[in-house]
Design a protein around this ligand. Structure first.
Ligand code: GZL
Length: 339
């Protein structure tokens, strides 16, 4: 993860130097790396009208290894596809993402991409983009708006991910046992639907039940904190952990070890994303399953943006294809993982 963050910051600096030199814009404050969001519009409007695609992207933040991989994919694809990218890090705050979208509208970009940190509260600013004739593309998370306010959603079927996680947990527990659930960010479509999918599938296993469920906000630190509380509240009762992402599962693994138990053995671990660190945990026997959620959406995102700029029809949902990875094959699988 540290290497990924290093690559990200180098890539971002290179992009800004090259990009700014190319379009002659004065330097902008760093858009990520903890300097906060970059909602301020640079003085120069986007050079629309030429054939260079100009895209604004309002990223959520840097909360997980998955998010870093997605950011890397978007920065790298912009570089490779010759896109003039305006990138903003919202630090997991919706108001920062909304400010960034307004800034992109002011700059007159061709397309605006956003990974909505939560599902609600987007109608007004999406309407402003529509009135300005700038299409919105939702990346990796949904927004609860009418269909006419966004052109396309590029991302996973979170309900299916939750259903698959439950089936894997049933296999690990022989259809019987108590599960604790680490939810993602409250109000995020990825959390809401992963919870829904798991709960729906759980109805098929009458001897399995969720005895505690709480948000860990998709972060490793909070995942550990919540798991410590679960272990105190339910001593000796927990057979499995279902985490909405790998980062929270990795935090739970730390908490289980601190409690003198063996994660992956005494308590089975099922999570979602497929980041490298969870493969390392599976190789060490400390995690059991990860349901893949592909973050490498950069190329698909900019292809949709190019099609929109050229006036082409785009699908309403560009669905990511994903697999399920288990401890038994992790030592082999890890060799070909890209993130
Ligand atoms: C899923 C994405 C989620 C990941 C988390 O598309 O929105 O957000 O599962 C990330 O790791 O924080």
């Amino acid at each position: 993860m540290k290497i990924m963050k290093k690559i990200l910051s180098i890539l971002l600096v290179v992009m800004m130097v090259v990009g700014l030199a190319a379009c002659g814009q004065e330097a902008q404050p760093a858009a990520t790396g903890g300097n906060g969001p970059n909602p301020a519009a640079p003085s120069e409007p986007a050079q629309k009208g030429n054939d260079r695609l100009v895209v604004g992207f309002a990223q959520i933040g840097q909360e997980s290894g998955w998010r870093d991989a997605e950011t890397w994919s978007i920065l790298n694809a912009a570089e490779e596809m010759g896109v003039d990218l305006k990138f903003s890090d919202g630090q997991q705050k919706q108001e920062n993402q909304i400010k960034a979208i307004r800034s992109f509208i002011q700059q007159g970009v061709d397309v605006i991409g956003v990974a909505p940190v939560v599902e609600t509260g987007w109608e007004t600013v999406f309407k402003e983009a529509k009135d300005a004739g700038i299409p919105i593309v939702l990346v990796d998370r949904m927004a609860a708006v009418s269909d006419d306010l966004y052109a396309c959603f590029i991302g996973s079927d979170f309900i299916l991910e939750g259903q698959n996680a439950c089936k894997e947990m049933a296999r690990l527990l022989n259809n019987k046992g108590n599960i604790v659930e680490l939810q993602g960010t409250v109000g995020a479509s990825a959390a809401t639907d992963r919870m829904k999918g798991f709960a729906e599938e759980l109805k098929n296993y009458p001897d399995m039940k969720i005895i505690a469920s709480q948000t860990g906000d998709f972060t490793r630190a909070k995942g550990k904190e919540v798991m410590e509380a679960f272990l105190k509240a339910h001593p000796g009762e927990i057979n499995g952990v279902y985490a909405h992402n790998d980062d929270m599962a990795l935090g739970a693994i730390e908490a289980i070890k601190d409690a003198g138990l063996k994660p992956g053995v005494d308590i089975k671990i099922v999570s979602i994303d497929g980041v490298k660190a969870i493969f390392e945990a599976m190789v060490a026997g400390e995690a059991n399953v990860t349901v893949e959620c592909n973050p490498l959406l950069g190329p698909q995102f900019f292809q949709v943006c190019k099609d929109l700029k050229e006036g082409k029809q785009v699908p309403k949902w560009v669905k990511s294809e994903e697999g399920i990875y288990r401890q038994e094959t992790a030592a082999e699988d890890i060799k070909t993982r890209k993130y």
